[in-house]
Design a binder for this molecule. Structure first.
Ligand SMILES: Nc1ncnc2c1ncn2[C@@H]1O[C@H](COP(=O)(O)OP(=O)(O)OP(=O)(O)O)[C@@H](O)[C@H]1O
Ligand SMILES: [Mg+2]
Length: 511
């Protein structure tokens, strides 16, 4: 065994009833290295790491720390061995400060806070974090909360850090900051395991990549010898086509005409400022912008979830007549034909019932549509079967409780349901967050399928490469204003990047 091996897993097996989540897995995690753990949704990544953090115990197999066999029966055992995991759902107490959360549950909790603050500051300086120990959790952004979770495990002396999809909730800028911190930890000889579905991140930050497929260990490769294509092929087990077809619909026409839309938040700040554009049937309209530029408010105002101060949102019916949506309730808007495939941070929060299976969850949506405006005439069961097939949902049946599926598979049910309901206007935000690369491409194809049946699709996304390949036009938001609307076939990343940071010549309207 190499001397820099921190943790070794041998023949680890973990089952849940008849589901084999991990099947005889062997894995080596080294000090001074960043190891990415890669695999499709439901391939067993989270389960495997939960056995290192003491949440689950393996059915069989062995774990070695520095060459010695260990047994990890609880998170406390894991901490004692220097293993710390940052989960997808944070375990922070909202009303406590950063410092209080960092020492929460530790035996020496009575430590004076001055000393705690000093130690937190020392950790932050060492690795390049910024934390205000006195700040309350409820005043923090998602990224700040994540930082607290990381500092918490470092405070407990973690030498081995496991991060489960930390970048799924971060902006590109926050991701860069996190990676700078991880690189500093690596220099400090820590062992780091990073789970992410974004191959660009894997290639940029890791030293090695370990691949799981359907619960089995496929192998570990050196990142410098890998490409997005080679990793995808290993992960999926066959050659996968990584490009997006962009057919042209032959009857593009106006569907949603938005004029001078202005919305104000409860602090009186303009979140959307005089926004004017048209979403067209038979097109995918991309929405680009730095996080927090008004993307969320735009989709929420179209669906009636955000109060509108000024402006008009016209829905154009098939016969050419129009319907003003401003002033209507979300239910009335949905009935008018606007469907929203909104993918929230809290996957179980947005209209999925965890204890029910896929079929019942489909019913929830079609039932809410009401009898007369049932967009999709299919029965909930055939909808569930379509989503199951199209997106290869990993579940033993359409009756299996959604809550017990892997994170990405829950998301597939949510997005799949929204798309499968085939509304005339389909709004999506961050639809592929947390989805493996193969499924992401399946989603792009489904959105294109909707466009080719004449739906007006809006796609809010953060990866410029995808926006450029998938969309017909791209609307760029900057500080709540439209800084440009460009032809996706002709524009460049540079042009969009510039529009994201400046409201230039074509302010506030269609070019
Ligand atoms: N508590 C549980 N009960 C039943 N099945 C479970 C449980 N936890 C996980 N599983 C199953 O184990 C398999 C692996 O799930 P896991 O969460 O480890 O996948 P993952 O690789 O992390 O996927 P994702 O990328 O979607 O997060 C899935 O089929 C999942 O449904
Ligand atoms: Mg997972």
């Amino acid at each position: 065994m190499q001397t820099n091996c921190a943790i070794e897993l041998k023949n680890i097996r973990k089952t849940f009833g008849s589901i084999v989540a991990n099947d005889e897995i062997n894995l080596q995690i080294n000090k001074g290295e960043i190891l990415c753990l890669l695999g499709e949704n439901g391939s067993g990544k989270t389960t495997l790491m939960n056995m290192l953090s003491g949440i689950y115990q393996p059915d069989s197999g062995e774990i070695f720390k520095d060459g010695n066999p260990v047994s990890i029966r609880s998170p406390r055992d894991a901490y004692a061995l220097g293993i710390g995991m940052i989960h997808q759902h944070y375990h922070l107490v909202d009303v406590f400060t950063a410092a209080q959360n960092i020492i929460l549950g530790m035996e020496d909790q009575k430590l004076d806070l001055g000393a705690v603050n000093d130690k937190v500051k020392e950790i932050c300086d060492k690795y390049g974090f910024h934390v205000d120990p006195k700040k309350k959790i409820y005043d923090m952004s998602v990224s700040q909360k994540q930082t607290i979770e990381i500092v918490k495990v470092l405070y407990r002396g973690a030498e081995i850090l496991i991060l489960d999809e930390p970048t799924a909730v971060l902006t590109p800028q926050e991701t860069d900051k996190l990676f700078a911190v991880l690189r500093n930890m690596k220099k400090d000889n820590k062992a780091i395991v990073l789970i992410t579905h974004k191959l660009a991140e894997v290639l940029a930050v890791s030293d090695k990549v370990a691949i799981l497929r359907k619960g089995k260990y496929i192998g570990t490769v050196n990142t410098k010898d890998a490409t997005a294509q080679s990793l995808t092929d290993m992960m999926v087990g066959r050659a996968v086509k990584l490009n997006i077809d962009r057919p042209v619909y032959d009857n593009i026409h106006d569907k949603l005409v938005i004029k001078n839309l202005t919305v104000v938040d409860n602090e009186g700040i303009n979140r959307l400022d005089n926004v004017t554009f048209t979403a067209k049937a038979g097109e995918i309209l991309g929405v680009a912008g730095i996080a927090g530029s008004g993307q969320r408010e735009l989709l929420e105002s179209i669906t009636g979830l955000y109060p509108i101060k000024d402006g008009s949102i016209m829905f154009v019916n098939e016969d050419g007549s129009t319907n003003e949506l401003v002033g209507k309730t979300p239910m009335q808007i949905r009935q008018a034909g606007v469907g929203m495939g909104f993918v929230p941070e809290d996957r179980l929060g947005m209209g999925l019932v965890g204890s029910m299976g896929m079929t019942s969850n489909m019913m929830l949506r079609s039932w809410r549509n009401g009898k007369s405006i049932f967009f999709n005439k299919k029965s909930p069961e055939s909808l569930a079967n379509k989503v199951w097939q199209d997106l290869e949902v990993v579940t033993p049946s359409t009756e299996f409780p959604v809550r017990r599926m892997s994170g990405g598979n829950i998301q597939k049910v949510l997005v799949g349901r929204e798309i499968a309901s085939s509304p005339p206007v389909l709004l999506t935000a961050y639809a592929v967050r947390g989805l493996d690369i193969n499924t992401s491409y399946a989603i792009y194809n489904l959105l294109t399928e909707q466009k080719m049946r004449g739906s007006a699709v809006m796609y809010v996304g953060e990866e410029l490469d995808v926006l450029l390949e998938l969309c017909d036009r791209i609307l760029v938001l900057c500080g709540g204003k439209v800084s440009g609307i460009v032809d996706a076939r002709k524009t460049t990343k540079e042009e969009i990047g510039l529009l994201m940071t400046t409201v230039g010549g074509h302010e506030g309207g269609e070019k």
